[in-house]
Design a protein around this ligand. Structure first.
Ligand SMILES: O=C1C[C@@](O)(C(=O)O)C[C@@H](O)[C@@H]1O
Length: 265
């Protein structure tokens, strides 16, 4: 697994790191949620700005980011505006999408920006370079809320993201049966063995995909998302408590415990 340092957190070593999404529509809720989530046992926080009503006012966005940073102190913060095309909360003008992300980098308050691969592929924006120049990590993402693409399609999408400069490559898809779950795990396993320098995340959304939210330590995903208790930012997210139990079981090596009965000497 490839390692990536964000503030004091190292992604890609041991268990996948647990991220909780902050969803709020106004300032009051934003501040309350940021304070509440900052007390939770998560490693990173993702601000899902597509649910915030002042997203078109750039100076309000700075104030909101400042509030969040104040509340969460030194925890790494991902800035995400998820577009309607990929399951987001509101419409955004394509040019403003990049402008907003650029501005968030400029504030120095966020550590990672999430950009959708499909938007980036259609544009000549320099936002990836701009983020890197300002020591902000770039997470490229793609979502499918209906199906699971083939193993080759998912693997290629992750490699394309890396080629375009992603520090983290993420794909969240929808398994409809256990074959699809195996396809997600197979693709993960292929990526981790073929290209061990890529920090990536492959998630199966919905009830059927839950297993894939826990298996990162074995199959290479560096990050996993839990519910905030109040909102799920995607179907199938578990509570942090449930998720951590799963992560512990899956990563447990039972070191030092011998097989069979100890013989008395
Ligand atoms: O892309 C992702 C992953 C996610 O969709 C999930 O399945 O947990 C949740 C989103 O908030 C995040 O931006």
């Amino acid at each position: 697994m490839s390692k990536l340092k964000v503030r004091n957190l190292t992604l890609g070593s041991g268990q996948p790191k647990v991220c909780v999404s902050l969803v709020a529509s106004n300032f009051e809720e934003l501040f309350a949620e940021a304070m509440r989530i900052s007390q939770m046992d998560c490693d990173l926080i993702e601000w899902r700005a597509d649910y915030f009503m002042y997203v078109n006012d750039i100076s309000f966005m700075r104030k909101a980011a400042y509030f969040i940073r104040y509340a969460i102190e030194d925890k790494p913060l991902i800035f995400t505006f998820r577009t309607l095309d990929e399951g987001g909360g509101q419409y955004i003008e394509p040019d403003y999408y990049f402008e907003l992300n650029r501005y968030m980098v400029h504030t120095g308050l966020v550590d990672i920006i999430d950009l959708e691969l499909s938007k980036l592929a259609d544009s000549d924006t320099d936002v990836v370079r701009f983020a890197k120049q300002n020591n902000v990590k770039v997470l490229l993402s793609a979502h499918d809320f209906i199906t699971t693409p083939t193993e080759a399609e998912m693997t290629e999408a992750i490699y394309d993201m890396r080629y375009l400069g992603a520090d983290i490559c993420k794909m969240a898809v929808t398994p409809n049966d256990m074959e699809d779950v195996l396809t997600i795990l197979q693709s993960s396993n292929k990526i981790q063995s073929e290209r061990e320098n890529i920090p990536f995340v492959l998630i199966g959304m919905g009830e059927i995909g839950r297993l894939t939210r826990m298996t990162g330590e074995l199959f290479g995903s560096v990050l996993t998302f839990a519910s905030s208790g109040k909102y799920q930012s995607a179907p199938g997210q578990m509570s942090i408590h449930q998720l951590r139990k799963g992560l512990d079981v899956i990563g447990n090596r039972n070191e030092g415990v011998k097989f069979g009965k100890e013989k008395n000497s």
